[in-house]
Design a binder for this molecule. Sequence first.
Ligand code: ADP
Length: 269
Amino acid sequence: KPQMQLKVHITLFGEDDRLIVIQDVTQLKQLESVRQVFISNVSHELRTPLTVISGYLETLIDTGADLAPRRQRALSQMQTQARRMEALVTDLLLLSKIENEGGEIRQLPVNMHDLLLRILDSAKVVAGDKVLKISLAVESDARLYGNETQLHSAFSNLVLNAVKYTPEGKCIDIRWHLTKRHAVLSVTDTGIGIDSIHIPRLTERFYRADPSRHTGTGGTGLGLAIVKHVLLNHDARLDISSRPGEGSCFACLFPIERIREPEVALEVH
Ligand code: ADP
C-alpha cells in the first residue's frame, strides 16, 4: 500500500529468541492527522472574532466609567472570559504546531542560563503581588541542543505552573545540571502538591488534577500536554513526583548526547 505506516515491536527472550509484532497503524495515523488539522483550523477561525470582541470590550470598559456598577461588572466578566478563550486558542494552536513539527525543527545549541533568566523574569511578573522565594541554579554552562522556541514554551509552562500552584511565602527552585546520562532541568515547588492517582494523566490535554481547586488559576489545561510534546521532539522525558500539601517536582531529562560545550572565544594578539 502506498504510504502505509507500520509500528514494529521487538521483544527479546534470552539470547536467540525474538518476538516481532508488526502493526498496521496507517488508519490511526490518518485519523490523528485529521484531528490535528481540524483543531488547528478551528483555533485559527476563532482567533479573529475573539480579537474583535476583546477590542470592543476594552473600548466599552475604558469609556464606561459612568455605567451602573452592575453593567461594569458584567463587562469585566465578559472580558475575563474572552481572555480565557484567547489563552485557550493560543495554547491549542501552539500545541498543534508543536505536534506537527515533530522532530523536524530548527535545532541549535541553546544557552540555558539566558533562557532561564528570561523565564524567571516573566515568572516574577506573573507572580505579581504574591511573594515567593524563587531561586535559579545553573550548574553547567553547557548548551542544550534543541529548538529554543519550543524549549522556552515547555520550561515556562513548568515555572508558571509552579507560580500558580504555590501559595505566598513558599519556595520554587529552578535547577539546570548534568548527571552521567542526562541533562536535567527541574522545577521544584513547595506548593499544593498533587495526589498520586492524577500523576500518570497530567500530560493529557485538558486534564486537571482537581478542577474545583483551580477555579481562578486561569490555566487552560494544555500546559503539560505542550511540555510532553516538546520533550518528545527532543528525545527527552518528564518525571513528576509530588506529595499533596508538600509540593511537586517536574524534571525534564534530556539524553546527555544533546549537550554541547560552549564555544571558547579565541583571544587574538
Ligand atoms: P493548567 O492550565 O490547569 O495548569 P497544565 O496542563 O499546565 O494545566 O497542568 C495540568 C494540571 O496539573 C493542573 O490543572 C494541576 O492540577 C496540575 N499541576 C501542574 N503543575 C502543578 C504544580 N506545580 N503543583 C500542583 N499541581 C500542578
